[in-house]
Design a protein around this ligand. Structure first.
Ligand code: ATP
Ligand code: MG
Length: 608
């Protein structure tokens, strides 16, 4: 196969290495499987959070690095907690996170086998192999076409098959129908006591099971249990439940079923049905692994069987991560929704202006281990700043304006000055910013009684206006309450940036906008949602909510920001990174502060 984008062996490897990837690499080397196949299996009972992003990057990352496949699977076996809204949000979030991952594939030295590269219009398309077996909605490798949509698999699509497997276990004498109440079952299991129904015959069990399926019994009146052991030290092996009665309609299968499989039964078999080779999950499932293996073995399924591997979940400082707690914040309106930019959800992080590249870089950077611990949020923030520094368009905007009049600059005169769009990107070019007699500068950039080493504007002092002139503060105008309302300055008209005599230097440079040309924007300044690193630690996480996690102000922006695009990222010079919020309308700009330029929190911590 000749491919214009063929991967050459001397490219620097960009993929991380960790204990799971080492295992996969060994399997590839010994040709253990025809192809590596992973999955990401969320339950659609809430929106995905950044912990899920770690799992997505791991599962899709392995498929991508080893030329394999990764399925997105809705683990939808509990109809009462699940909803189509969550299915759709999960699909959108996964698509967003892995979209255009093909781009950095080209800088990657593949481990093991060469992947099967599917090309679309001569461009490699890595989505197709990742969704083999499911039709993708659209396929595209590059350009401005919409990102290819990943179609999910559903555990509920296997309900017929799972039912047949349960019947098979019953016939083999390896499962039975148990009529104990839920409380009695717990009690018996805790004490390692056998259920009185344990020795029912396969024929009798089958009859009960069929009647359960037909909806003859009420919720909780009986269950199917695997017949494994009554007193194993691993409680999960004490005849665990595999099917239960639930008279509930399902978001994907409707009213078809009155019985639903339990997670442990459905999960290993869904993996098997899809041909998963490496079933990767978080450490809390380690104790379930013997059950995972038992079910596959008990059914005598042809090899190869999938195998489960566990890694440490992501816990991040200054936030909570469980879906249940995030749902409380949404339901109690403590945030504006699942996609509130302060939420650790993928949709919140996206709305805040973080790019998928930054999240993927973060996921790669933190690595995969067997040890649970809290990741410092500064690691995430560093990945975000690094990414935004590379891609952001620089713009001038003033968040807390104070008026400046350049008294020696003619009223009505306007100069169009050159401003650099992105010093990190030589292709980003320049734009014009208008300069005039009346300007706004940041209130903070003026001090009437300046502290030591204050190199910005002060009475009688000089400062450079970025891309423009050096100005000198001649007079401070105050209102009757002593509040500064205007600064009268003179400009050194010989000092224009880039001009013939611009060599003169002063210590400070500040940003500004022309008052007459400026456009107003609503700016949402976000801070951490919680004030402590471990809001979960003492039970009531909500008492640690940061009351100042959102401040809304009106900023004065340079006119170029009128044309801000939702997909672009901006640095308001000297301030922070911003992106357009979906609440924006023609004539109404709304920006979210994604992140400040510097880590102000760690400074405060150091100060005590
Ligand atoms: P939560 O416990 O946060 O409510 P969950 O575990 O119930 O989430 P699932 O939908 O079951 O959410 O998770 C789907 C996959 O994501 C699972 O394989 C799970 O191991 C993984 N996952 C969930 N939370 C994290 C996390 N914090 N870090 C890494 N992986 C995670
Ligand atoms: Mg879970």
């Amino acid at each position: 196969m000749s491919n214009p984008n063929a991967i050459t062996p001397d490219v620097v490897p960009a993929a991380p290495s960790d204990f799971i990837r080492d295992i996969v690499a060994a399997h590839v080397a010994e040709n253990k499987y025809p192809r590596i196949h992973t999955r990401f299996p969320p339950e659609p009972n809430g929106y995905l959070h950044i912990g899920h992003a770690k799992s997505i990057c791991l599962n899709f990352g392995i498929a991508r690095e080893f030329g394999g496949i990764c399925n997105l699977r809705m683990d939808d076996t509990n109809p009462t907690k699940e909803d189509i809204e969550y299915v759709e949000s999960i699909q959108a979030d996964v698509n967003w996170l892995i979209s255009a991952w093909a781009d950095d594939q080209l800088g990657l030295k593949l481990k093991g086998k060469t992947p099967e590269i599917v090309t679309v219009n001569g461009q490699p398309d890595f989505y197709l192999p990742a969704v083999v077996g499911q039709p993708a909605k659209s396929t595209t490798g590059s350009g401005s076409a919409p990102a290819p949509a990943m179609e999910p698999f559903y555990a509920s699509d296997y309900f017929d098959q799972l039912y047949a497997y349960a019947v098979e276990l019953i016939k083999r004498g390896k499962a039975y129908v148990c009529d104990l109440t839920p409380e009695e079952t717990d009690e018996y299991r805790r004490h390692g006591k056998a259920s009185p129904f344990r020795d029912r015959s396969p024929a009798e069990n089958l009859d009960w099971f069929i009647r359960m399926k037909n909806g003859e019994f009420s919720d909780g009146s009986r269950v199917v249990r695997a017949k494994i052991t009554v007193d194993s030290p691993n409680i999960w092996l004490r005849d665990p439940l595999i099917y239960r009665i639930k008279h509930a309609d399902h978001h994907h299968t409707g009213a078809t079923w009155r019985i639903y499989p339990m997670y442990d039964f459905a999960h290993c078999l869904s993996d098997y049905i899809e041909g998963i080779t490496h079933s990767i999950c978080t450490l809390e499932f380690e104790v379930h692994r013997p059950l995972y293996d038992w079910i596959l073995e008990a059914l005598g399924l042809p090899r190869p069987l999938p195998h489960q591997y566990e890694f440490a979940r992501l816990s991040l400082g200054y936030t909570v991560m469980s879906k249940r707690k995030l749902m409380q914040l949404v339901d109690e309106k403590l945030v504006t929704g699942w996609d509130d930019p302060r939420m650790p959800t993928i949709s919140g992080i996206r709305r805040r202006g973080v790019t998928p590249e930054a999240l993927r870089k973060f996921a790669y950077h933190i690595g995969i281990t067997k040890y649970n611990g809290i990741t410092d949020v500064s690691v995430l923030e560093h990945a975000i700043r690094d990414d935004l520094n590379q891609r952001s368009l620089r713009r001038l905007a003033v968040l807390q304006p104070v008026k400046v009049i350049i008294t020696n600059y003619p009223a009505g005169q306007v100069e169009e000055l050159d401003a650099t769009n992105n010093p990190e990107d030589p292709h980003a070019g320049k734009r014009k910013v208008p300069f005039a007699r009346e300007l706004f500068i940041e209130r903070d950039d003026f001090a009437e009684v300046p502290p030591p080493k204050f190199f910005r504007l002060k009475p009688g002092g000089e400062v450079r206006l970025k891309y423009a002139y050096i100005i000198k503060c001649e007079e401070v105008i105050k209102d009757s309450s002593g509040h500064v309302v205007e600064l009268h300055c003179t400009a050194d008209l010989e000092s224009k940036t880039g001009g013939a005599t611009s060599a003169r230097k002063v210590k400070g440079t500040i940003h500004w906008v022309s008052a007459a040309h400026s456009v107003d924007a609503e700016v949402r300044l976000y801070d951490r949602l919680f004030t402590v690193a471990e809001p979960d630690a003492d039970g009531d996480f909500k008492q640690h909510l940061n009351p100042n996690s959102l401040e809304v102000i009106t900023a004065k922006c340079e006119p170029a920001l009128k044309d801000a695009l939702p997909e672009a990222r901006y640095q308001f010079e000297r301030l922070a990174y911003f992106s357009l919020d979906p609440d924006s309308r023609p004539g109404r700009l709304v920006f979210n502060r994604t992140i400040t330029l510097k880590d102000t929190w760690s400074k405060e911590v150091k100060k005590g």
